[in-house]
Design a protein around this ligand. Structure first.
Ligand SMILES: [Zn+2]
Ligand SMILES: [Zn+2]
Length: 760
């Protein structure tokens, strides 16, 4: 029997080789008709025998191209029409419709083979790509995703490239960034004096300079990296000094996972993350035999490692006797600034850091940082979700209203929603930096335009001083839109619920641990046990309030925090305790009077600060040079064999800290080792989580626990707590699509706003 069916496909189906794939399938199944792109996705007219059309429809979904992601398929029976063959028709634009845009994707195996094949016409061409790989989001200026609307518009295709581009059976059919050495972007090496070396000689010059210990700024996919020989102690030192980055670990790049495995303990799950097509930075444990100097990541035994993801990286990293196997590939910026992504700004901003520049002339439209992940319980766990992932939406099993959620102030991402998509932006960064704030302000309209979203409401943090909140205020005022403020930890809870596709309003137990979030009572929250869902939330228990002398600035001085916590807990400032020894008598009396008079000492229930206090208390770190350094180092020294713990006391709604501090001090006196104390401290938090979840569960009957907030980036804590809770038959919700830290909070804000709008 002959049938005709119209098939509508939504998802990432453009710019990923979908139409040629459909074309090939049609031939295989003797289907006539056509396929075309529309601004809503892909439309197919399939005409043929009933069994053939069914098989065709099935293969469409089961064999779709690597980079495609089908979200929905709708099939419509239509009156049979005769077609002589199968055709690819012109795109059609439907007003207001949109389709998701593919993130940038690492070079595919086919292109990699051609890159190193001397007989291929793109042999050693640094911008080789096809419909299965290459730049996407970083080069898109507008939709529809067509070459004139990308930064490739400046390059006119040569004849051979155009033939491939127009051949439906070619791997490069409608690959918008396709190019070759004849017609596409070029690289060149430039020294500080402006002397230039083009093409292969430029590449070799850059390699020679790296080999000689120099620091090279390399333009990549989403911005610049600073590259140098990671095995050269002096290069590392120079880079640290010039970048003004004293301790924060540098990420490295190696040619393949064999080299990664020689330097680090890479388990199979980590290896598959490393080799995944998104090619994130994976945090792994450095081997004791690694020949990378310890100054790569001072104070920690982990290593942030990634594989090459662009053809240029492969050429740069190409193994050769005498060429370093491991390169530092750290973001091309001065400490705390956003990474440079245009040639002209790199020349200015990186001039004092880089000895030379490996440039190219394919412009980057949107700056996108590397993604950073680790593995928890065998699954990907984000620290930073950016390149390779954004702007791929978080898909939810519900319809969302058009909402803009502006996120937090640090590690900012924003989120726009429509249909069943939550478009969580790439990592924007710290909004207190002016350039980052500008990236935030231009990023939002860019997303709104790409995904055709006109927000009906704006959601922001309850913190009145966040720059994101101020933006939301202004925007809501100007556009006369409702502004929905959301408490920070409630947003974390909603974020982890949405991350797990929990979209009903069934309440859960939320264990939300982070550094700083503005509380409903005006205090700084961060050690919170919540019970609730999207509709509302109760604060059931929290760490008792401690003074934070100097407010936010105290986060740089764990010793101050430790002293303040001891004072508040009524524990004497003994001369021989490590934090006290780090103060001069003058500093000490200033601090004491500040605490006594309660001068600029906001109160905090932060779990992050408790980690700082303990790190200083045992003499591990009194000052930090980057965010969460003390907590990271405390986790790093844990003796995993140590199973003992201290214990918190719970009184009313509050978790008393004094018994834990007492326990730590006693162990110090008894010369218990720091690794043992660190383990016992972590274990006491595990026990606290169990105890309080148990209390809330007994009261409410709830058996689901959600873990969110920056403290849950602590791998020891999160993996053990998951196990602990699961052993007691709790269902545990953790993050796996967005970060547990503030980088995931915009998703929660959007969901909470959506709920409010639905229930007004
Ligand atoms: Zn490819
Ligand atoms: Zn060409």
């Amino acid at each position: 029997m002959l049938v005709s069916r119209k098939i509508y496909i939504k998802g990432i189906v453009q710019g990923v080789g979908f139409r040629p794939f459909v074309y090939g399938l049609a031939a295989k199944h003797h289907i006539t008709g056509w396929v075309k792109n529309s601004s809503a996705g892909v439309e197919i007219m399939a005409n043929g025998r009933e069994t053939d059309v069914s098989a065709f429809t099935q293969d469409l979904q089961s064999q779709s191209p690597t980079l495609s992601k089908i979200d929905s398929v709708r099939i419509e029976e239509v009156d049979p029409v005769e077609y002589s063959g199968f055709e690819i028709l012109q795109s059609e634009s439907l007003p207001g419709e949109f389709i998701p845009v593919s993130p940038d994707m690492s070079i595919c195996d086919d292109c990699l083979r051609e890159l190193f094949d001397p007989k291929d016409r793109r042999y050693r061409y640094p911008f080789i790509n096809c419909t299965n790989c290459g730049p996407r989001f970083t080069i898109i200026k507008d939709i529809p995703y067509d070459r004139p609307l990308t930064t490739m518009s400046d390059f006119k295709m040569c004849e051979p490239c155009r033939e491939e581009y127009e051949d439906p059976l070619d791997r490069r059919f409608h690959a918008q960034p396709t190019a070759c050495g004849e017609c596409g972007p070029q690289i060149w090496f430039e020294d500080r004096e402006g002397k230039k070396f083009y093409g292969e000689s430029g590449l070799q010059m850059a390699r020679q300079w790296i080999r000689n210990g120099k620091i090279i700024a390399v333009k990549g996919l989403g911005g610049f990296h600073l590259a140098c020989d990671a095995l050269n102690e002096r290069s590392l030192e120079t880079l640290r000094t010039r970048k003004k980055r004293s301790d924060k670990p540098f990420a490295v790049m190696v040619f393949d996972s064999t080299i990664a495995e020689a330097q680090a303990e890479v388990d199979p799950a980590e290896r598959s993350l490393l080799e995944s097509k998104e090619k994130p930075i994976v945090i792994v444990k450095r081997r004791s035999t690694s020949n990378i100097p310890a100054s790569i990541s001072p104070g920690v035994n982990t290593l942030g490692i990634m594989l090459p993801y662009t053809p240029l990286h492969y050429l740069l990293m190409e193994p050769e006797p005498g060429f370093p196997e491991v390169l530092v590939m750290t973001s091309g910026n001065l400490s705390e600034e956003p990474i440079a992504f245009s040639n002209s700004t790199a020349l200015i901003e990186l001039n004092q850091i880089a000895d030379g520049f490996l440039f190219h002339d394919r412009a980057i439209e949107t700056r996108v940082d590397d993604t950073v992940v680790t593995e928890v319980s065998g699954k990907r766990y984000f620290y930073r979700r950016s390149r390779g992932f954004a702007p791929d939406p978080v898909r939810l099993d519900m319809q969302l209203r058009p909402i803009l959620a502006v996120g937090a102030e640090l590690k900012n991402t924003f989120c726009l929603t429509r249909d069943n998509y939550a478009f969580l932006s790439h990592h924007i960064g710290d909004l207190q930096n002016l350039e980052t704030l500008q990236a935030f302000e231009t990023g939002i309209p860019h997303y709104e335009n790409l995904f055709k979203i006109k927000p009906l409401a704006i959601a922001c943090d309850f913190h009145p001083d966040y720059l994101s909140t101020q933006y939301a205020n202004n925007r809501a005022c100007q556009a006369e839109l409702p502004l929905i403020t959301v408490q920070h930890h409630h947003a974390h809870l909603a974020s982890v619920m949405a991350d797990n596709d929990l979209i009903t309003n069934e309440p859960v137990i939320g264990v939300i641990f982070d550094g700083t979030g503005y509380g409903l009572d005006g205090n700084i929250w961060g050690g919170e046990f919540l019970f609730g869902g999207y509709a509302q939330v109760d604060r059931k228990f929290h760490l008792e309030y401690m003074p934070l002398p100097g407010g936010d600035s105290a986060t740089l001085h764990p010793a101050k925090i430790a002293a303040a916590y001891l004072w508040k807990c009524g524990i004497e400032w003994a001369e021989n305790t490590p934090p006290m020894g780090s103060f001069s008598p003058d500093q000490r009396s200033v601090l004491l009077s500040q605490l006594k008079t309660d001068l600029n000492c906001p109160k905090t229930s932060s779990m992050g600060r408790l980690f700082d206090a303990v790190a200083s208390l045992i003499g591990l770190r009194h000052e930090v040079n980057y965010e969460a350094q003390a907590a990271i180092e405390l986790e790093n020294i844990i003796n995993p064999e140590q199973e003992k713990s201290y214990h918190f006391e719970v009184e009313d709604m509050q978790v008393r800290i004094a018994p834990v501090l007492d326990g730590v001090l006693q162990d110090l006196q008894n010369k218990v080792s720091k690794p043992d104390i660190a383990a016992k401290f972590h274990n006491s938090i595990r026990l606290l989580v169990l105890e309080i979840c148990d209390r809330i569960s007994r009261e409410t009957g709830c058996r689901t626990v959600a873990l969110s907030g920056g403290v849950w980036q602590n791998k020891y804590l999160v993996s053990h707590s998951i196990k602990d809770l699961e052993e007691l038959n709790y269902t545990v919700l953790t993050h796996h699509r967005v970060p547990a830290n503030d980088g995931g909070i915009a998703l929660g804000q959007a969901l909470l706003a959506n709920y409010q709008l639905n229930n007004q």
